[in-house]
Design a protein around this ligand. Structure first.
Ligand code: SAH
Length: 204
């Protein structure tokens, strides 16, 4: 997976590649789809949600340029895999998940793989961010909305980076936003297709 799906594409951050080599992705999948753990696509995890394609998890993590000292907010824990990857790259990760059963599953997966030391899963609506632990050096949003929720931009440190799919159901772009010296700017990394962001400021 790491050589064919990641290294041959745009993934160059050695820390990201190492994290994805080390973390057993199959342990985060429900038993009936475990055989699909290393395929080059998203996989259904129930509740009409998916675990992202490995390349997308790697690309989003790479966009954040983590060095190891950061506090990161992830919106949309799903089964907890991306949270585990971010936990290997940063000092602390808060991952917020709106579906209670998935929040619980993410917690269990992180515990059984020994990744829960610096990763906390919170049940809640991440479209409002998670003010209790804000501000964050980096924010990764795993669900798409037509706009980036204002609360998330407010909870981003200066300097800080946020990565999120922005757009409608079938037409989304992955954006990286930089906050620096009180200003914000963004670039589009790629086109993509994520599940819709739900809740307060989501539109899905
Ligand atoms: N990070 C996952 C991807 C999960 S898919 C991975 O490791 O591959 C996106 C997740 O976002 C789903 O589990 C969905 O329930 C969740 N989600 C959608 N809207 C949300 C919201 N407003 N707050 C928190 N989680 C949300």
């Amino acid at each position: 997976m790491v050589d064919v799906q990641l290294r041959r594409r745009k993934i160059r951050d050695e820390r990201v590649l190492r994290a994805m080599l080390e973390i057993p992705r199959e342990e985060f999948l429900p038993a009936d789809v475990r055989l699909l753990a290393y395929q080059d696509d998203p996989v259904d995890i129930g509740y009409r949600q998916t675990i992202s394609q490995p390349f997308m998890t790697a690309l989003m993590a790479q966009c954040l340029e983590l060095e190891g000292h950061e506090t990161v907010l992830e919106v949309g824990a799903g089964c907890g895999y991306a949270a585990a990857v971010l936990g290997a790259l940063a000092a602390r990760v808060i991952s917020i998940e709106i579906i209670p059963a998935l929040a619980q599953r993410a917690r269990e997966n992180l515990r059984k793989t020994g990744r829960d030391r610096n990763v906390t899963v919170v049940r809640g609506d991440g479209s409002l961010g998670y003010p209790a632990s804000a501000p964050y050096h980096a924010i990764s949003v795993a669900a798409a909305a037509p706009d980036i929720p204002a609360g998330l931009l407010e909870q981003l440190k200066d300097p800080g980076r946020l990565v999120m799919p922005v757009g409608e159901w079938l037409d989304q772009e992955l954006r990286v936003v930089w906050k620096e010296h009180g200003r914000m700017d963004y670039r589009v990394v790629t086109m993509c297709r994520f599940v819709p962001l739900r809740g307060g400021e989501g539109h899905g």
